[in-house]
Design a protein around this ligand. Structure first.
Ligand code: GUN
Ligand code: ZN
Length: 450
């Protein structure tokens, strides 16, 4: 535990080189991309967990700020904390499991691991471990799958609330095609959701998500109930998986022969709205994408998971052309890293395989402001701007001999800022992280990199 956690400072100054975004850089060439905001050597003034001012470091300190604790990170990058829009807390237990595609992977590794979360102590310890792991990767907000057990969602809400962290979750709905110990029923599931909404939705920075695991593991009756929750409970999110894997898509078409498509299974029950977060969406058709655009829903693109499970190559440029909201997500444990750096590097390669170049600007915007906007939270997270919460990550430009060498060449050649940031994004990971702040509190500090 770090010193500032033990004694929270009401006021704080963070100094460093600030990188954030004011607009979507899109798939424009890096030197023509809009929306990039680079503020070298600035001070961020934090009061009560919120940003109150941002000033160049050569500007005089505002009245009343003399003597306030300054975290001096000159020469380091300061970014808004990353937003991971799709990640499974219990799956840290099965990350990097060998040899299967989605449906086998669920049965072989994932379901047995998730059963253990029926135990409140396993859920509590698992939630704490998971949140610390997010912070240790520079992620400060997340949309999270727990398990079917109410207690697993409670544990996440409770631990995130204790740290004033923005978290969106809800107990997983699944009442078929899973082993004993992982099944709910419609009535009890509805009651559990209503209890969780009453206790946690809108409590501090917590928000509830109606969490349908995926179409196969819910009966039509459970999907109707989930749709009713979305309609009747103001402000709740909805999270699920869609069109991730070809065998899964085929199975859904067999289970729901009346639906036009996999997405339609959700849409016809009213699950697709502006607060819907759908993981993957690799195998959607044009009509599906039009539905997502019209509803204002978002696809959580999960690059490392899609590669690891061999699910397919998401066509991000096409989604962009068709006006979809796309965010970035680790999908651990299908994904192999909580690091958004690694996921951005994988996203670059997935687009490269399809003839598109993903700039660091587009990737970083998506992992910060883009996700915040897609979630309707841009007033709170995703930018370093007065009024937003003080959720940041401080990063070293390079860690390790190869990255240090590459960074020095990019810096000394007076090339573009993008060259340097792209090398940082591609070569970096959580080992570059210096400090993470959530609501102005240090929740992670590297013992080795300062
Ligand atoms: N589809 C249904 N459940 C899951 C899951 O846990 N992970 C992934 N990647 N896809 C799913
Ligand atoms: Zn997932």
């Amino acid at each position: 535990m770090t010193d500032s956690l033990a004694s929270p400072a009401v006021r704080l100054i963070v100094r460093g080189d600030l990188l954030d975004f004011t607009d979507d850089p899109g798939f424009a060439a890096p030197d023509e991309a809009p929306g990039v905001r680079w503020r070298e050597d600035h001070r961020v003034f934090v009061e009560g967990g919120r940003i109150v001012a941002v000033l160049p470091s050569d500007a005089p300190l505002p009245a009343g700020w003399h003597g306030v604790l300054e975290q001096d990170h000159r020469g380091h990058l300061v970014l808004p904390g990353f937003i991971d829009t799709h990640v499974h807390c219990p799956q840290l237990d099965v990350i990097a499991s060998y040899g299967t595609e989605l449906l086998d992977w669920l049965n072989t590794y994932t379901f047995p691991a998730e059963r253990r979360y029926a135990d409140p102590e396993v859920s509590r310890v698992g939630a704490e471990r998971f949140l610390h792991a997010l912070w240790a990767h520079g992620t400060t907000s997340a949309v999270v799958f727990p398990t079917v057990h109410k207690v697993s969602a409670e544990a996440l809400f409770e631990r995130a609330h204790a740290h004033d962290m923005r978290l969106i979750t809800g107990k997983v709905l699944m009442n078929r095609f899973a082993p004993d110990g992982l099944l709910d029923d419609v009535e009890q599931a509805e009651q559990d959701c209503l209890d969780l909404i009453a206790r946690w939705h809108g409590q501090g920075r917590q928000a509830f998500a109606v969490t349908v695991r995926f179409a196969p593991t819910s009966t039509p009756e459970q999907l109707v109930m989930a749709g009713e929750l979305c309609r009747s409970q103001p402000g709740v999110y909805m999270q699920t998986h869609v069109a991730e894997n070809r065998s899964e898509v085929k199975w859904v078409s067999e289970l729901f022969p009346d639906a036009r498509s996999y997405l339609d299974v959700y849409d016809r029950d009213g699950l697709i709205g502006p607060r819907a977060v759908l993981a993957h969406g690799i195998w959607l058709d044009e009509r599906d994408r039009a539905v997502l655009r019209e509803r204002g829903a978002q696809i959580a693109h999960c690059p490392s998971s899609n590669l690891f499970l061999g699910s397919g190559l998401f066509d991000w440029a096409q989604a962009q052309r068709e006006g979809l909201n796309v965010s970035l997500a680790s999908d651990v444990g299908g994904g192999t890293s909580l690091s958004m750096h690694r996921n951005m590097a994988d996203a670059y390669k997935i687009q490269a395989m399809q003839g598109t170049r993903l700039s660091a600007w587009k990737a970083l915007h998506t992992a910060t402001l883009g996700a915040a906007q897609a979630l309707g939270l841009a007033h709170e997270v995703g930018r370093i701007e007065p009024g937003c919460m003080a959720d940041f990550a401080v990063w070293k430009w390079a860690q390790g001999d190869v990255a240090v060498h590459r960074d020095k060449l990019a810096r000394d050649s007076h090339g573009s800022l993008h060259e340097r940031v792209f090398a940082w994004m591609t070569l970096g990971d959580e080992r570059n992280l210096v400090r993470t702040l959530v609501a102005g509190q240090t929740v992670f500090q590297s013992p080795s990199v300062v």
